[in-house]
Design a protein around this ligand. Structure first.
Ligand code: FES
Length: 143
């Protein structure tokens, strides 16, 4: 890791801590937030709705994927799934403040995936989410 990239990553972790993310969720390696790892079945992933009782935001990593999906519970009790792949040059995004940031060139996205700071110019990819009894089903076929 280049010195500049390390400093940027360190600052992003500080931003996370300052924005209310629990320090206990920070690990020495890997992402600085909890990620639910799940299998892909019929191009869908499932996560329990019960996981949203304490937080309106969860992160999912489909098996074999390089990027996490942020799943957000909205005020109308619907859910939104956003791929945390920067639309500039495909870097993994991390949560920061009230959205997501890219440590590579500094693009920022709000929590709905809309670009708030370039160089990225396209919004993040979204997946439809359905509720099936006690699970959320994220359909990876559509966006
Ligand atoms: S890859 Fe994210 S800003 Fe360039």
């Amino acid at each position: 890791m280049q010195r500049r990239q390390f400093i940027k990553s360190s600052c992003n972790i500080c931003l996370l801590a300052g924005s209310g993310f629990l320090l206990s969720e920070l690990g020495a390696c890997g992402p600085a937030y909890q990620v639910v790892k799940t299998e892909i079945i019929n191009n869908q992933v499932q996560i329990p709705v019960a996981g949203f009782t304490q937080s309106g935001l969860q992160f999912v990593r489909p098996k074999g994927w390089l990027y996490d999906i942020a799943v957000m519970k909205k005020n109308d009790d619907t859910y939104e799934a956003i791929l945390l792949q920067c639309t500039h040059q495909s870097n993994q995004l991390i949560p920061a403040g009230n959205g997501y940031t890219c440590s590579l060139h500094g693009s920022q996205f709000n929590k709905e995936g809309v670009v708030t700071k370039g160089p990225a110019s396209h919004p993040l990819k979204k997946y439809p989410v359905a509720i099936d009894h006690e699970n959320l089903i994220i359909n990876l076929n559509q966006s």
